[in-house]
Design a protein around this ligand. Sequence first.
Ligand code: NAD
Ligand SMILES: O=C(O)C(=O)C[C@@H](O)[C@H](O)[C@H](O)COP(=O)(O)O
Ligand code: ZN
Length: 341
Amino acid sequence: MKTTINTPSKTYDIIIDKLPKLNFDRKVAVITNHKIAGLHINYLTNNLSAKELHIITLPDGEEYKNWQNIEFILDRLFDAKFDRNSLLIAFGGGVVGDMTGFAASIFLRGVDFIQIPTTLLAMVDSSVGGKTGINNKYGKNLIGSFYQPNAVYIDTHFLSTLPKREFAAGMAEIIKMAVMFDKDFFEKIKNNSISLEEMIKRAVELKADVVNQDEKEKGIRSVLNYGHTFGHVIENLTNYKTFLHGEAVAIGMVMANELSKILGYLSENEAEEIKQVLKKNNLPIDFKIENIEEFYNHFFLDKKTSNNKIKFIIPEKIGKYKIIDDIDKNIILKVLKKFEK
Ligand SMILES: NC(=O)c1ccc[n+]([C@@H]2O[C@H](COP(=O)([O-])OP(=O)(O)OC[C@H]3O[C@@H](n4cnc5c(N)ncnc54)[C@H](O)[C@@H]3O)[C@@H](O)[C@H]2O)c1
Ligand SMILES: O=C(O)C(=O)C[C@@H](O)[C@H](O)[C@H](O)COP(=O)(O)O
Ligand SMILES: [Zn+2]
């Protein structure tokens, strides 16, 4: 199965199939982490040949998605005398993918890279669309670039070793896409009447369609941030340690749905339906806020906030999104109070 991304900066294919034989007549650096290398590096290198092959392994975890590890990658590339004709391969989840893409976008002002995602979340979301970056003390993904890969190879073979919690985190981003764009897709997920490959394919198609329309998030691409306005604050406040990204997004969707209900859009029934689908997919749907003013103030670090207007993405109904950025502070505090400790 193949989907194509066609943006002003690059056109490339997303191939959902067994990993093909990859031959590159140039220097190649595979960037991964220790866990994935231990589990799958042989499967990759058995299908990969290059003029010169380097493996760069990073520490594992969201807390390592930072400048220090970007510099680690760049130092390895300089030490090995990589040049502008070199290729980087992101072999891992979203953390590896975001860091590899960012390193590729700034090394020598930009070298080619490809994505070989190994988590469900990376397969359906982070490997597609060219958002790259790192976190810092101010928040999530606040430093980075829009930099498209040359190709994405999605081989579900890698999911055989993915822990249940990580699989669930990927389901959060899939459910997000269904709630925003495709009620039929949501129903299939709810009723378990869709195969894993078909689910991945549909989620990738939905994301590709958005990226093709709005590569650099000037409009509709912000819809992919549903659940993230709240979710990123949760990740930041819990130091990226309590929740996986997808788990924080799931809670964020529940909070966004509360906002939609208060504004008179989403019905109680549909909000409950979404909660049940998240729960059934082993995702958290609650979070206790210690300090709602502190939580509220984090919204002003969100990249979608401009001119002090916080932008929220909510479902008007399942399958129909709404972008809204002129909400009174008291309404937002009313939502946060529902989750106050
Ligand atoms: N760029 C984007 O558009 C985009 C989209 C969504 C999420 N993200 C980012 O992606 C990150 C989350 O990505 P993630 O959920 O893939 O987390 P992750 O990259 O941290 O991987 C999750 C865990 O699973 C392990 N792992 C990876 N593949 C495995 C496999 N096949 N078998 C066993 N273990 C495996 C990893 O080592 C890690 O411990 C966040 O930083 C988020 O901000 C980016
Ligand atoms: O690709 C996008 O656009 C998304 O918003 C996908 C999100 O799932 C992803 O977590 C992204 O990194 C969040 O975007 P950000 O710009 O808020 O970092
Ligand atoms: Zn996300």
